[in-house]
Design a protein around this ligand. Sequence first.
Ligand SMILES: NC(=O)c1ccc[n+]([C@@H]2O[C@H](COP(=O)([O-])OP(=O)(O)OC[C@H]3O[C@@H](n4cnc5c(N)ncnc54)[C@H](O)[C@@H]3O)[C@@H](O)[C@H]2O)c1
Length: 485
Amino acid sequence: MTDPTPTASHFVNGTYFDDANGDELPVVFPATGETIATLNTATQATVDAALDAAQAALPAWRAMTGTERGRILRRAADLLRARNRELSELETLDTGKPLQETLVADAASGADALEYFGGIAAGLTGEHIQLADGDWAYTMREPLGVCVGIGAWNYPTQIACWKAAPALACGNTMVFKPSETTPLCTLKLAEILMEAGLPPGVFNVVQGRGDVGAALVSDTRVAKVSLTGSVPTGRKVYAAAAEQMKHVTMELGGKSPMIVFDDADIDDAVSAAINGNFYSSGQICSNGTRLLVQSGIYESFVERLTRRLTGAVIGDPRDEATNFGPMVSAMQREIVLGYIAKGKAEGARLVAGGDAIEGPGFYMQPTVFADVTDEMTIAREEIFGPVASVFRFEAEDEALSRANNTGFGLAGAVFTRDLARAHRVVAGLEAGTCWINTYNLTPVEMPFGGVKDSGVGRENAKAAIEHYSQLKSVYVAMGSVEAPF
Ligand SMILES: NC(=O)c1ccc[n+]([C@@H]2O[C@H](COP(=O)([O-])OP(=O)(O)OC[C@H]3O[C@@H](n4cnc5c(N)ncnc54)[C@H](O)[C@@H]3O)[C@@H](O)[C@H]2O)c1
């Protein structure tokens, strides 16, 4: 296993950096509960140093051609891929996610983002607009300035890459604050970007809790904030950013519906329900935690889903045979167990799991509730753990209106062999990201993000460029200027 101890806690202006005055930040391996590294949080002096570095690096970085910037990002993508095992092991130590997952889902997804945005950096242009009387206009696509990225703990490498790659491709610089629960992986990304040729100060990492995030968001040097986190944090960060009219991207929580019709391929739907509820021990924002199943296949779906859970290999996430690891922290497991207690108390039928697993680490059983009704707490609130809820429905319009009866709007899916119905239902879903007959696939080529309380803006694909750049319009007069007097 790779050594989790970083050279220092922060990465500022091209080098590792420690802040002796910061608070202790222990990193706990979720599979054992042991502290595997101790970092320190950033004081205001470190926040200042990082923002100063990002500001100082901005003029030269934005003056480079997109081709030059893209070349560095693509080189970083190659380095991420070459070091996939080491980075995956670190991701596993940071998050507790099984190595079986991290080997394919984390540095690999980060490399895809760096490669994609590295590839399109050279093609980021404005447009020419022909006007009356020979006049014309053109637009220039300009970077926003110093961007701040703030991450959640479930996908530390991926979240940092999904934000840094488009930001840097557009000529911005960035200060990134990882989640205090998983601070290790982003430091490695900073190191790799430097090795790929990124100038010092273009990408900086500062560690800390919410107060460090808040200090970054309210700083006048910052032009844009991209947060991945919960809705309550999103509200605070959005409000603070609005004070200074900063740009925002908000990637927040969800309570996404997966609608399974009688004519669906039931095994595919069950597989998707497993991926969309139990991968990463259910700690995925876009999970399809509301499984709306039509009455004709309802019992069969519940029975097959429950049976398939016996295939979960629960164990040490460092063992590649393990496919279901611990929760990220004792606190997160307590929150999830609290929701399970509410589910039982409010009358949902517990058909699988429901308990913590005794022993070291923050393990719990994959859990399924059937006969969940729309007003129950587990039907309305984001649980962010391995808990699936199955609901029964009769008719298409009923399923759609119940699916949309939530403040969230991150994702949704429909399972049916009737493709006309699939497109009709997806068109009616109030969700930013939808799937037909699959779940939770988020390739970099496809925009990802939410509507309603689940967020603002999009990550990935060409859509992300709109959120890390702004247009300057230039009107060019070709004739003389007329005036009334
Ligand atoms: N939509 C997405 O892409 C996506 C992806 C992953 C996770 N999430 C969501 O993230 C949540 C789980 O992650 P979490 O528990 O780390 O979320 P969280 O909201 O508690 O914290 C997210 C980040 O915000 C920081 N923060 C907290 N208060 C802040 C403040 N006042 N100002 C600035 N920063 C502040 C935290 O330190 C952390 O780095 C879930 O709701 C999940 O759905 C969303």
